[in-house]
Each structure stands twice: as C-alpha cells, then as structure tokens.
Design a binder for this molecule. Structure first.
Ligand SMILES: [Zn+2]
Length: 169
C-alpha cells in the first residue's frame, strides 16, 4: 500500500455510488454508533459526510453542521447534504424522533418496499389513497406523506415544483 493517498481517493472508494444522484450513496467503511461514516484524516476520525461536503461542495463555516436531507446518517451523496445551523439540526432530529416509526427514509430503508419509481407514481397518482396503499402494500399514512412531500421529498420535489409553478420549496 502506498504511504500516502489523497483523502478524496480514500473517501470515495468507501462510498457505494449508484448511477442516480437521487439515490443514497452509502458509506461502507467504519461508522459511529449513530451510523455516521467515519474516516481517519491525519490520525483523527472525521465524519465522512462532512468530508464529502467539504471536498465536493463547499467549505463548511465553523458554526454550521452538515445535515442529511434524506435522513440516512451513512449517506454520502453530496446532493443529499445541506448546511444547517446547530439549532436547525437539533430541531430536525427532534421532529424526526417524534415521528419515529412513521417516517420512511427511502428505498434503502428496511421499512420500505418502495422504489424511486413507485414513489413518483404514488406522488402523481390520482387514485384514492386507500387504493394506492393497497396497490403498493403500504400504509395510508405512507401514501399521504409522499403526496404531501413529508417523506421522499427529495424525489418528488421537482415534480411538486413543476406543479406549483416553481413556488414549492
Ligand atoms: Zn441520501
């Protein structure tokens, strides 16, 4: 093994990329107890998703955290990461904990039977919620969350934007 390799090289070889930037790209290396990927840089353990953000997107200001839009701590897809304040991060976590068990975190979550295409189909469907739920073998709540943009919104965002004439965030 060569004595020194660039951080980005060591970083990306541990990330399971897919063809789509919509997907979560999971960290395959060491993780913290909370599920965040870690990488050793100059002898110190750094959070993998932060390092991805720093090296692929922009520098992280001291007072800000890097948050997961997709809710998967080990995801390293730069498109699923955003800067937030510590306050926002805590608030986000608090809200997610409160809805624990109801939240569906995406295709790779063990709770989910849905693919990205299913989600889009559900989002666009004009059938009754009950019918959709039955068709996909999911709960009424899941259908409602998808249609309201409460879950999977990184997938449905563009569609919603289109529908709302660009005003949807
Ligand atoms: Zn992700």
């Amino acid at each position: 093994m060569p004595p020194f390799r660039p951080v980005t090289e060591r970083l990306w070889e541990k990330i399971k990329k897919t063809d789509s930037s919509e997907d979560c790209w999971f960290w395959t290396g060491a993780k913290t107890r909370q599920g965040y990927g870690t990488i050793a840089i100059k002898g110190k353990a750094k959070l993998a998703h932060r390092t991805v953000y720093e090296t692929s997107v922009e520098p992280i200001p001291d007072e800000l955290c890097v948050m997961h839009i997709c809710d998967n701590p080990s995801c390293c897809n730069p498109k699923h990461l955003k800067l937030g304040t510590i306050y926002e991060n805590n608030k986000d976590r608090h809200e997610k904990n409160r809805s624990k068990g109801k939240a569906h975190k995406g295709e790779n979550s063990p709770m989910s039977k849905l693919t990205s295409n299913d989600v889009l189909e559900i989002f666009k469907s004009e059938e009754k919620l009950k019918e959709i739920a039955k068709k996909f073998g999911i709960t009424f709540q899941t259908v409602s969350d998808i249609q309201n943009g409460k879950s999977w919104n990184w997938l449905t965002k563009n569609e919603a934007n289109h529908r709302a004439g660009g005003s949807f965030k």
